[in-house]
Design a protein around this ligand. Sequence first.
Ligand code: PLP
Length: 435
Amino acid sequence: MTNQTDDTAIPDDLREAYERRTPRSRALADRARAVMPGGDTRSVTYHRPYPSYVDSASGAQLTTVDGETLLDALNNYTQSVLGHAPEPVVEAVCDQFRAGNGIAAPTEPVVGLAERLVDRLPSADRVRFCNSGTEATMNAIRLAMARTGNERICKIRGGYHGTHDIVEVGVSGDGREHEGIPRSVERRVQTVTYNDVEQLKATFEVLGDDLACLILEPILGVSGMIPASDEFLETARDVTYDADVPLIFDEVMSFRLAPGGAQERRGVEPDLTALGKLVGGGLPVGAVAGREELMEQFHPETGSVDHSGTFNANPATMIGGAATLEAFDGDAIEALNRHGDRLRTRLQRIGDDSAHAITITGEGSLFQIHFTEGPVRNHHTSAAGGPRSEQLFHAMRREGVFVAPRGMGNLSTAMDDDDLEAIATTFDRALALLE
Ligand SMILES: Cc1ncc(COP(=O)(O)O)c(C=O)c1O
Protein backbone atom coordinates (compact mmCIF):
# COMPACT_ATOMS: atom_id res chain seq x y z
CA MET A 1 0.00 0.00 0.00
CA THR A 2 2.95 2.36 0.35
CA ASN A 3 6.01 3.52 -1.45
CA GLN A 4 7.94 3.23 1.73
CA THR A 5 11.62 3.47 0.89
CA ASP A 6 13.02 2.22 4.18
CA ASP A 7 11.60 1.14 7.48
CA THR A 8 12.33 4.48 9.13
CA ALA A 9 10.12 6.40 6.69
CA ILE A 10 6.57 7.47 7.29
CA PRO A 11 4.62 5.66 4.57
CA ASP A 12 4.08 8.05 1.64
CA ASP A 13 0.30 7.87 1.74
CA LEU A 14 0.23 8.73 5.45
CA ARG A 15 2.69 11.57 5.00
CA GLU A 16 0.78 12.98 2.04
CA ALA A 17 -2.53 12.73 3.89
CA TYR A 18 -0.94 14.52 6.85
CA GLU A 19 0.48 17.30 4.71
CA ARG A 20 -2.81 17.74 2.86
CA ARG A 21 -4.73 18.13 6.08
CA THR A 22 -2.30 20.42 7.89
CA PRO A 23 -1.31 23.36 5.62
CA ARG A 24 -1.59 25.93 8.42
CA SER A 25 0.53 23.82 10.71
CA ARG A 26 3.11 23.54 7.98
CA ALA A 27 3.19 27.31 7.54
CA LEU A 28 3.58 27.77 11.30
CA ALA A 29 6.30 25.11 11.40
CA ASP A 30 8.18 26.98 8.65
CA ARG A 31 7.93 30.22 10.62
CA ALA A 32 8.94 28.41 13.80
CA ARG A 33 12.07 26.88 12.24
CA ALA A 34 13.38 30.37 11.58
CA VAL A 35 13.31 31.19 15.28
CA MET A 36 13.55 27.86 17.16
CA PRO A 37 15.84 24.89 16.49
CA GLY A 38 13.71 22.33 14.68
CA GLY A 39 10.77 24.72 15.00
CA ASP A 40 9.90 23.54 18.49
CA THR A 41 10.97 23.96 22.06
CA ARG A 42 10.22 20.57 23.57
CA SER A 43 11.97 17.58 22.00
CA VAL A 44 9.17 15.18 22.84
CA THR A 45 6.46 17.10 20.97
CA TYR A 46 8.43 17.07 17.74
CA HIS A 47 7.66 14.51 15.07
CA ARG A 48 8.18 14.20 11.34
CA PRO A 49 7.46 15.85 8.96
CA TYR A 50 6.45 18.68 11.36
CA PRO A 51 4.14 18.76 14.38
CA SER A 52 0.59 20.00 13.98
CA TYR A 53 -0.35 23.10 15.92
CA VAL A 54 -3.20 23.03 18.39
CA ASP A 55 -5.56 25.97 18.52
CA SER A 56 -7.62 24.94 21.54
CA ALA A 57 -8.29 22.01 23.80
CA SER A 58 -11.45 21.17 25.69
CA GLY A 59 -12.43 18.02 27.54
CA ALA A 60 -11.07 15.06 25.62
CA GLN A 61 -10.61 16.95 22.36
CA LEU A 62 -7.94 18.97 20.63
CA THR A 63 -8.77 21.35 17.80
CA THR A 64 -5.87 22.07 15.51
CA VAL A 65 -5.20 25.29 13.61
CA ASP A 66 -6.14 23.28 10.52
CA GLY A 67 -9.62 22.71 11.90
CA GLU A 68 -9.14 19.04 12.71
CA THR A 69 -10.68 17.60 15.85
CA LEU A 70 -8.63 14.90 17.55
CA LEU A 71 -9.40 12.69 20.53
CA ASP A 72 -6.53 13.40 22.91
CA ALA A 73 -5.24 10.09 24.25
CA LEU A 74 -1.92 11.68 25.24
CA ASN A 75 -3.13 14.32 27.71
CA ASN A 76 0.15 16.20 27.83
CA TYR A 77 2.03 13.05 28.74
CA THR A 78 -0.33 12.24 31.67
CA GLN A 79 -0.67 15.76 33.08
CA SER A 80 -4.24 16.55 31.92
CA VAL A 81 -5.88 13.91 34.04
CA LEU A 82 -9.27 15.68 34.01
CA GLY A 83 -9.03 16.43 30.29
CA HIS A 84 -8.58 19.98 29.03
CA ALA A 85 -9.83 23.16 30.65
CA PRO A 86 -11.94 21.48 33.35
CA GLU A 87 -14.36 24.15 34.54
CA PRO A 88 -13.74 24.08 38.32
CA VAL A 89 -9.99 24.25 37.80
CA VAL A 90 -10.19 27.04 35.24
CA GLU A 91 -12.46 29.08 37.50
CA ALA A 92 -10.29 28.60 40.57
CA VAL A 93 -7.09 29.48 38.70
CA CYS A 94 -8.56 32.56 36.98
CA ASP A 95 -10.02 33.87 40.25
CA GLN A 96 -6.69 33.39 41.97
CA PHE A 97 -4.78 35.06 39.15
CA ARG A 98 -7.06 38.07 39.38
CA ALA A 99 -6.38 38.20 43.10
CA GLY A 100 -2.64 38.48 42.38
CA ASN A 101 -0.11 35.80 41.64
CA GLY A 102 3.51 36.96 41.58
CA ILE A 103 3.98 37.38 45.31
CA ALA A 104 7.24 36.96 47.24
CA ALA A 105 5.49 35.61 50.31
CA PRO A 106 3.63 32.41 51.11
CA THR A 107 -0.13 32.29 50.67
CA GLU A 108 -2.89 30.09 52.06
CA PRO A 109 -3.28 28.03 48.86
CA VAL A 110 0.24 26.58 49.27
CA VAL A 111 -0.64 25.31 52.73
CA GLY A 112 -3.85 23.79 51.35
CA LEU A 113 -2.12 21.86 48.57
CA ALA A 114 0.71 20.73 50.86
CA GLU A 115 -1.87 19.41 53.35
CA ARG A 116 -3.65 17.49 50.61
CA LEU A 117 -0.41 15.87 49.44
CA VAL A 118 0.75 14.92 52.93
CA ASP A 119 -2.70 13.51 53.55
CA ARG A 120 -2.64 11.41 50.39
CA LEU A 121 0.94 10.18 50.11
CA PRO A 122 1.68 7.43 52.66
CA SER A 123 5.39 8.32 52.90
CA ALA A 124 5.13 12.12 53.11
CA ASP A 125 5.52 14.18 56.27
CA ARG A 126 6.60 17.37 54.50
CA VAL A 127 6.41 18.89 50.99
CA ARG A 128 8.30 21.56 49.05
CA PHE A 129 7.07 22.94 45.74
CA CYS A 130 9.03 23.79 42.62
CA ASN A 131 8.11 24.26 38.97
CA SER A 132 8.70 20.98 37.14
CA GLY A 133 9.27 17.28 37.58
CA THR A 134 12.88 17.97 36.62
CA GLU A 135 13.34 20.27 39.60
CA ALA A 136 11.54 17.78 41.82
CA THR A 137 13.97 14.94 41.07
CA MET A 138 16.92 17.35 41.22
CA ASN A 139 15.92 18.51 44.68
CA ALA A 140 15.14 15.00 45.91
CA ILE A 141 18.59 13.80 44.82
CA ARG A 142 20.17 16.86 46.40
CA LEU A 143 18.49 16.04 49.73
CA ALA A 144 19.77 12.48 49.47
CA MET A 145 23.32 13.64 48.73
CA ALA A 146 23.25 16.09 51.63
CA ARG A 147 21.99 13.40 53.98
CA THR A 148 24.49 10.68 52.97
CA GLY A 149 27.50 12.76 51.96
CA ASN A 150 27.75 10.54 48.86
CA GLU A 151 27.71 11.77 45.27
CA ARG A 152 27.00 8.62 43.35
CA ILE A 153 23.43 7.64 42.48
CA CYS A 154 21.82 4.42 41.36
CA LYS A 155 19.12 4.69 38.72
CA ILE A 156 17.35 2.49 36.22
CA ARG A 157 18.71 2.07 32.70
CA GLY A 158 15.97 3.68 30.57
CA GLY A 159 14.54 5.63 33.51
CA TYR A 160 13.60 9.22 32.70
CA HIS A 161 13.51 11.77 35.51
CA GLY A 162 13.70 15.07 33.64
CA THR A 163 16.55 17.04 32.12
CA HIS A 164 19.05 17.95 34.83
CA ASP A 165 22.52 16.51 34.30
CA ILE A 166 22.72 13.48 36.55
CA VAL A 167 19.36 11.96 35.58
CA GLU A 168 20.03 12.44 31.86
CA VAL A 169 22.61 9.66 32.21
CA GLY A 170 21.38 6.18 31.39
CA VAL A 171 18.10 7.24 29.79
CA SER A 172 18.54 5.71 26.36
CA GLY A 173 18.28 1.97 26.26
CA ASP A 174 21.32 1.60 24.01
CA GLY A 175 23.79 3.11 26.46
CA ARG A 176 24.47 6.25 24.42
CA GLU A 177 24.40 9.43 26.46
CA HIS A 178 23.26 12.86 25.35
CA GLU A 179 26.00 15.36 24.60
CA GLY A 180 26.57 18.20 27.01
CA ILE A 181 26.60 16.10 30.15
CA PRO A 182 30.00 16.28 31.90
CA ARG A 183 31.92 12.98 31.97
CA SER A 184 32.44 13.56 35.67
CA VAL A 185 28.67 13.41 36.12
CA GLU A 186 28.35 10.26 33.99
CA ARG A 187 30.83 8.56 36.31
CA ARG A 188 28.59 9.30 39.27
CA VAL A 189 25.74 7.18 37.91
CA GLN A 190 25.31 3.46 38.32
CA THR A 191 22.45 2.02 36.30
CA VAL A 192 20.58 -1.23 36.89
CA THR A 193 18.12 -3.07 34.69
CA TYR A 194 14.46 -2.63 35.61
CA ASN A 195 12.91 -5.65 37.27
CA ASP A 196 16.30 -7.37 37.66
CA VAL A 197 16.25 -8.22 41.34
CA GLU A 198 19.60 -10.01 41.40
CA GLN A 199 21.40 -7.16 39.65
CA LEU A 200 19.93 -4.67 42.09
CA LYS A 201 21.03 -6.75 45.07
CA ALA A 202 24.52 -7.24 43.62
CA THR A 203 24.87 -3.52 42.91
CA PHE A 204 24.03 -2.64 46.48
CA GLU A 205 26.33 -5.33 47.85
CA VAL A 206 29.26 -3.74 46.04
CA LEU A 207 28.34 -0.04 46.04
CA GLY A 208 25.79 0.39 48.83
CA ASP A 209 28.12 2.39 51.08
CA ASP A 210 29.02 4.83 48.30
CA LEU A 211 25.52 5.64 47.08
CA ALA A 212 23.46 8.75 47.75
CA CYS A 213 20.16 7.24 46.61
CA LEU A 214 18.28 4.82 44.45
CA ILE A 215 15.81 6.64 42.20
CA LEU A 216 13.18 4.78 40.21
CA GLU A 217 9.69 5.01 38.77
CA PRO A 218 7.21 2.43 40.07
CA ILE A 219 6.16 2.13 36.43
CA LEU A 220 8.96 2.73 33.92
CA GLY A 221 7.42 5.47 31.75
CA VAL A 222 9.48 6.68 28.82
CA SER A 223 10.92 3.23 28.22
CA GLY A 224 7.46 1.79 27.69
CA MET A 225 5.01 1.99 30.63
CA ILE A 226 6.43 -1.13 32.25
CA PRO A 227 5.17 -1.89 35.76
CA ALA A 228 7.74 -2.91 38.36
CA SER A 229 7.27 -6.38 39.79
CA ASP A 230 6.32 -6.48 43.46
CA GLU A 231 9.59 -8.30 44.14
CA PHE A 232 11.62 -5.56 42.45
CA LEU A 233 9.96 -2.76 44.44
CA GLU A 234 10.28 -4.69 47.69
CA THR A 235 13.93 -5.42 46.97
CA ALA A 236 14.51 -1.73 46.23
CA ARG A 237 13.08 -0.94 49.64
CA ASP A 238 15.09 -3.65 51.40
CA VAL A 239 18.50 -2.92 49.88
CA THR A 240 18.20 0.84 50.43
CA TYR A 241 17.03 0.30 53.99
CA ASP A 242 19.94 -2.03 54.72
CA ALA A 243 22.46 0.36 53.17
CA ASP A 244 20.83 3.39 54.86
CA VAL A 245 20.46 5.06 51.47
CA PRO A 246 17.32 7.09 50.62
CA LEU A 247 14.91 5.47 48.18
CA ILE A 248 13.34 8.03 45.83
CA PHE A 249 10.18 7.22 43.90
CA ASP A 250 9.62 9.37 40.85
CA GLU A 251 5.84 9.55 40.81
CA VAL A 252 5.60 12.39 38.31
CA MET A 253 3.49 10.10 36.12
CA SER A 254 2.43 7.31 38.49
CA PHE A 255 0.80 9.54 41.10
CA ARG A 256 -2.39 9.25 39.04
CA LEU A 257 -2.66 5.50 39.81
CA ALA A 258 -4.12 5.89 43.32
CA PRO A 259 -4.96 8.75 45.72
CA GLY A 260 -1.57 8.11 47.34
CA GLY A 261 0.19 7.28 44.08
CA ALA A 262 1.82 4.01 43.05
CA GLN A 263 3.41 3.73 46.52
CA GLU A 264 -0.04 3.33 48.02
CA ARG A 265 -1.21 1.00 45.27
CA ARG A 266 1.88 -1.18 45.56
CA GLY A 267 2.34 -0.94 49.33
CA VAL A 268 5.99 0.16 49.25
CA GLU A 269 6.97 3.45 50.90
CA PRO A 270 9.96 5.41 49.62
CA ASP A 271 11.83 8.00 51.68
CA LEU A 272 11.31 10.75 49.12
CA THR A 273 8.82 11.23 46.29
CA ALA A 274 9.10 13.47 43.24
CA LEU A 275 5.82 14.81 41.87
CA GLY A 276 4.82 17.02 38.95
CA LYS A 277 2.34 17.14 36.08
CA LEU A 278 -1.18 16.70 37.48
CA VAL A 279 -0.55 18.31 40.88
CA GLY A 280 -0.37 21.78 39.27
CA GLY A 281 -3.81 21.78 37.68
CA GLY A 282 -2.43 22.53 34.21
CA LEU A 283 0.20 25.04 35.31
CA PRO A 284 3.92 24.27 35.67
CA VAL A 285 4.64 22.44 38.91
CA GLY A 286 6.90 20.06 40.75
CA ALA A 287 7.04 18.91 44.34
CA VAL A 288 9.30 16.91 46.61
CA ALA A 289 7.61 15.08 49.45
CA GLY A 290 9.11 12.83 52.07
CA ARG A 291 10.11 11.90 55.54
CA GLU A 292 10.55 14.72 58.00
CA GLU A 293 14.19 14.01 58.80
CA LEU A 294 15.20 14.32 55.13
CA MET A 295 12.87 17.17 54.22
CA GLU A 296 13.85 19.33 57.19
CA GLN A 297 17.20 19.83 55.45
CA PHE A 298 15.30 22.51 53.51
CA HIS A 299 14.44 24.37 56.73
CA PRO A 300 15.66 27.94 56.17
CA GLU A 301 16.98 28.27 59.75
CA THR A 302 18.17 24.82 60.70
CA GLY A 303 18.70 23.05 57.36
CA SER A 304 21.67 23.14 55.03
CA VAL A 305 20.06 22.63 51.60
CA ASP A 306 19.03 25.73 49.70
CA HIS A 307 15.79 25.78 47.77
CA SER A 308 14.30 28.81 46.06
CA GLY A 309 12.48 29.66 42.86
CA THR A 310 10.62 32.76 41.71
CA PHE A 311 7.51 30.79 40.82
CA ASN A 312 7.66 28.18 43.59
CA ALA A 313 4.19 27.67 45.05
CA ASN A 314 2.63 30.56 43.16
CA PRO A 315 -0.97 30.61 44.35
CA ALA A 316 -2.61 30.08 40.94
CA THR A 317 -0.72 26.80 40.52
CA MET A 318 -1.48 25.76 44.08
CA ILE A 319 -5.20 26.49 43.68
CA GLY A 320 -5.24 24.67 40.34
CA GLY A 321 -3.55 21.66 41.91
CA ALA A 322 -5.98 21.59 44.82
CA ALA A 323 -9.00 21.85 42.49
CA THR A 324 -7.59 18.99 40.39
CA LEU A 325 -7.05 16.75 43.41
CA GLU A 326 -10.52 17.61 44.70
CA ALA A 327 -12.03 16.28 41.46
CA PHE A 328 -9.51 13.46 41.01
CA ASP A 329 -10.52 11.61 44.15
CA GLY A 330 -10.47 7.91 44.99
CA ASP A 331 -13.69 7.14 43.10
CA ALA A 332 -12.57 9.03 39.98
CA ILE A 333 -9.20 7.25 40.04
CA GLU A 334 -10.74 3.84 40.49
CA ALA A 335 -13.15 4.39 37.59
CA LEU A 336 -10.35 5.65 35.35
CA ASN A 337 -8.11 2.70 36.23
CA ARG A 338 -10.96 0.30 35.39
CA HIS A 339 -11.35 1.97 32.00
CA GLY A 340 -7.63 1.59 31.48
CA ASP A 341 -7.66 -2.10 32.38
CA ARG A 342 -10.51 -2.70 29.94
CA LEU A 343 -8.83 -0.74 27.18
CA ARG A 344 -5.48 -2.50 27.52
CA THR A 345 -7.16 -5.91 27.36
CA ARG A 346 -9.03 -4.82 24.24
CA LEU A 347 -5.91 -3.37 22.56
CA GLN A 348 -3.99 -6.58 23.27
CA ARG A 349 -6.76 -8.66 21.66
CA ILE A 350 -6.74 -6.42 18.61
CA GLY A 351 -2.96 -6.75 18.43
CA ASP A 352 -3.16 -10.53 18.75
CA ASP A 353 -5.66 -10.67 15.88
CA SER A 354 -3.52 -8.44 13.66
CA ALA A 355 -0.62 -9.28 11.37
CA HIS A 356 1.77 -7.54 13.79
CA ALA A 357 3.60 -8.69 16.91
CA ILE A 358 2.06 -6.48 19.59
CA THR A 359 2.48 -6.26 23.34
CA ILE A 360 0.45 -3.80 25.36
CA THR A 361 1.90 -2.74 28.69
CA GLY A 362 0.75 -0.29 31.33
CA GLU A 363 -1.13 -0.03 34.56
CA GLY A 364 -4.34 1.75 35.54
CA SER A 365 -5.00 4.56 33.09
CA LEU A 366 -1.57 4.30 31.39
CA PHE A 367 -0.84 2.25 28.29
CA GLN A 368 1.93 1.64 25.76
CA ILE A 369 1.83 -0.14 22.44
CA HIS A 370 5.00 -2.14 21.70
CA PHE A 371 5.73 -3.71 18.32
CA THR A 372 7.16 -6.90 19.80
CA GLU A 373 6.05 -10.36 20.92
CA GLY A 374 7.07 -9.54 24.47
CA PRO A 375 7.19 -10.10 27.33
CA VAL A 376 8.33 -6.55 28.04
CA ARG A 377 10.01 -6.16 31.42
CA ASN A 378 12.79 -3.60 30.96
CA HIS A 379 14.56 -1.35 28.45
CA HIS A 380 16.15 -4.38 26.69
CA THR A 381 12.79 -5.94 25.87
CA SER A 382 10.85 -2.68 25.33
CA ALA A 383 9.87 -1.65 21.81
CA ALA A 384 8.58 1.81 22.73
CA GLY A 385 9.47 4.41 20.13
CA GLY A 386 11.24 3.93 16.84
CA PRO A 387 9.93 4.01 13.29
CA ARG A 388 7.04 1.58 13.78
CA SER A 389 5.64 3.65 16.66
CA GLU A 390 5.90 6.82 14.60
CA GLN A 391 4.07 5.17 11.72
CA LEU A 392 1.34 4.02 14.09
CA PHE A 393 1.11 7.55 15.48
CA HIS A 394 0.43 8.90 11.98
CA ALA A 395 -2.02 6.13 11.16
CA MET A 396 -3.98 6.73 14.39
CA ARG A 397 -3.86 10.47 13.96
CA ARG A 398 -5.29 10.18 10.48
CA GLU A 399 -8.20 8.29 12.01
CA GLY A 400 -8.67 11.03 14.62
CA VAL A 401 -6.84 9.78 17.72
CA PHE A 402 -3.77 11.51 19.13
CA VAL A 403 -1.24 9.33 20.99
CA ALA A 404 2.48 9.88 21.58
CA PRO A 405 4.74 9.35 18.56
CA ARG A 406 6.43 6.68 20.67
CA GLY A 407 3.14 4.77 21.09
CA MET A 408 2.21 5.81 24.61
CA GLY A 409 -1.24 6.87 25.71
CA ASN A 410 -3.29 7.53 28.80
CA LEU A 411 -6.84 8.32 29.76
CA SER A 412 -8.54 11.34 31.26
CA THR A 413 -11.77 11.55 33.21
CA ALA A 414 -13.19 13.64 30.34
CA MET A 415 -13.35 10.50 28.19
CA ASP A 416 -16.49 8.41 27.97
CA ASP A 417 -17.18 4.87 26.73
CA ASP A 418 -17.45 6.10 23.14
CA ASP A 419 -13.98 7.60 23.39
CA LEU A 420 -12.52 4.33 24.64
CA GLU A 421 -14.25 2.54 21.81
CA ALA A 422 -12.81 5.10 19.38
CA ILE A 423 -9.27 4.43 20.63
CA ALA A 424 -9.71 0.68 20.17
CA THR A 425 -11.32 0.78 16.72
CA THR A 426 -8.79 3.37 15.56
CA PHE A 427 -5.94 1.16 16.72
CA ASP A 428 -7.47 -1.72 14.78
CA ARG A 429 -7.77 0.34 11.59
CA ALA A 430 -4.31 1.84 12.05
CA LEU A 431 -2.68 -1.60 12.36
CA ALA A 432 -4.42 -2.64 9.15
CA LEU A 433 -3.03 0.47 7.42
CA LEU A 434 0.47 -0.58 8.43
CA GLU A 435 0.24 -4.13 7.11
C1 PLP B 1 8.73 10.11 35.34
C2 PLP B 1 9.07 11.53 35.02
N1 PLP B 1 9.90 12.20 35.82
C3 PLP B 1 10.23 13.47 35.59
C4 PLP B 1 9.74 14.14 34.50
C5 PLP B 1 10.15 15.55 34.25
O1 PLP B 1 9.06 16.42 34.48
P1 PLP B 1 9.05 17.85 33.77
O2 PLP B 1 8.83 17.63 32.33
O3 PLP B 1 7.91 18.56 34.46
O4 PLP B 1 10.35 18.48 34.08
C6 PLP B 1 8.87 13.49 33.63
C7 PLP B 1 8.34 14.16 32.44
O5 PLP B 1 7.75 13.60 31.57
C8 PLP B 1 8.53 12.14 33.89
O6 PLP B 1 7.73 11.45 33.08
